[in-house]
Design a protein around this ligand. Structure first.
Ligand SMILES: [Mg+2]
Length: 229
């Protein structure tokens, strides 16, 4: 019998989306190490960095492809279908299963009604990618409204959400504010120090910073043991 649910984000949490997109975008730039500048920058995942890099004169095109074109292009590469997950992804989901937890993967890759809005056959490709890397999960859900979906899942399965794991501070703060204990991956674009709301959620234990998926697994184990006792 499952005892709890765990909510996992996909992009930049299990799958290195920024790294792979940056690798794809590198062809548009000459003499600039995008991987170094972007992946380690404070820019969140959007088109602004590429536009900036392009404007500063490194671009070799007259015009950059639009952000949605970039996403769709990535979706049709092997980087998307076969790119390796972050280290520790499989061990994390194995651990959750061994603790009798159900894994739900919630991602902004599309919506329930339009799963292929950003990527051609995005839902099928994502399912296949999870299967290829043995990332155990009960359900994959495309949604733009994560907190709302989490509340529905708690009711539908009548099981508490033990933790949620995110890379994006904005999402993590919303989840923590809604009462869900949330692990937030330490990323260069999460400016925690200058965010008083995030600081407050950290001090009351609703938001917990972890440096990688191995540390996330250890934290989860600790929280699961407390939950059982
Ligand atoms: Mg993410």
């Amino acid at each position: 019998m499952p005892k709890f649910q765990v909510i996992l984000d996909l992009d930049n949490t299990l799958y290195p989306f920024r790294e792979n997109l940056t690798q794809l975008m590198q062809k548009h730039f000459v003499g600039k190490d995008l991987m170094k500048d972007y992946v380690h920058s404070k820019h969140y995942l959007n088109g602004s960095f590429f536009e900036w890099a392009f404007r500063t004169g490194y671009g070799k095109l007259n015009k950059l492809p639009s952000w949605s074109q970039n996403l769709r292009e990535l979706g049709n590469t092997r980087l998307f279908t076969h790119g390796k997950p972050y280290d520790g992804a499989q061990e994390l989901t194995d651990k959750i299963s061994s603790l009798d937890g159900l894994v739900f993967i919630l991602t902004h890759r599309g919506t329930i009604d339009s799963p292929d809005i950003y990527f051609d056959n995005g839902f099928e490709k994502t399912k296949q990618w999870l299967a290829n890397y043995n990332i155990k999960h009960h359900r994959l859900i495309f949604t733009q409204k994560k907190v709302e979906t989490m509340r529905k899942l708690e009711q539908e399965y009548n099981l508490p959400i033990l933790i949620s794991l995110e890379d994006a501070k904005e999402n993590a703060v919303q989840m923590a504010q809604a009462g869900f204990t949330t692990l937030l991956l330490e990323k260069t674009y999460n400016n925690i120090n200058s965010d008083s709301l995030a600081q407050e959620l950290i001090s009351n234990g609703k938001l917990i910073l972890v440096k990688d998926l191995h540390e996330a697994r250890e934290k989860l184990e600790e929280i699961a043991h407390k939950f059982e006792n």
